[in-house]
Design a protein around this ligand. Sequence first.
Ligand code: BTN
Length: 273
Amino acid sequence: MPRMTDEADWSRAADPARRIGRSVEFHPEIGSTNDRARATLAEPDGEGLAVVADAQTAGRGRRGRGWLSPPGVNLMVSVALRPRVQPELSSLLGLAAALAVRDACAAVAPSAGLAIRWPNDLVDRDGLKVAGILIETVLANGRLVEAVIGIGINANWSPDEMPAEIAERATSLMSLTGGPIDRPALLGRLLTALDGEIQALERGQGPIRRARAASWLEGRDVEIDLGGHTVAGHVAGLVDDGSLLVDTAEGRIALAIGEVVRVMDPAPVGVSQ
Ligand code: BTN
């Protein structure tokens, strides 16, 4: 008899052979999985524990925003690491995580044209956001000593049930595939991919070549918010350190941080889920 999948059995995603996701800790509700993951670094064997929640009361997005997700629908997970990454490669952690998210989601939705929108959003071919990543790091003497990788994937969230301002710029794997997503199975794929990406980064094999091939922004005309002001230009590619190369009216610039707030073709994008 085939084994019925159990949506509540998150331990299906654990694999003792991995460093990341050796085990999984599930919370029906938590403040932020990133905070809990960070705290696990103080515990024996806490590194790499996958902290999953069905609901977050204080979910965080990038640039100080919140992360909205109805309970029991999407995949929200964080892992904390003491990465053994050479300082010059530490800025690539976000792209490594984005490639892992893309691998896992593309296995579920292979024809959705999933791609990475710099710095590390996962979007479908139309630029609708499927997943976001929040990396929180601690640096000491120029070295990355702690990193929390927090990932939110829109799994079983119907666009009909999204608030209007999110529905206009986001989608979900269920909507892209037309069927329900087995979240623990998705998590298992994600943790395997993330474990592989981090190992590669630690070996000095950064993700930049594959990130270039997976970049959604390549060749598009964009506006990018740099905090105080916005620059407009044509995306020329990614620099080896993960910065975005943009040709502007004033010349070529490399942006280490920023937020794409508008894409001229095919459609404007919002600033967050
Ligand atoms: C973004 O696109 O702005 C990043 C969103 C990251 C959301 C995830 S959900 C799991 C983890 N816990 C958090 O509080 N945030 C991340």
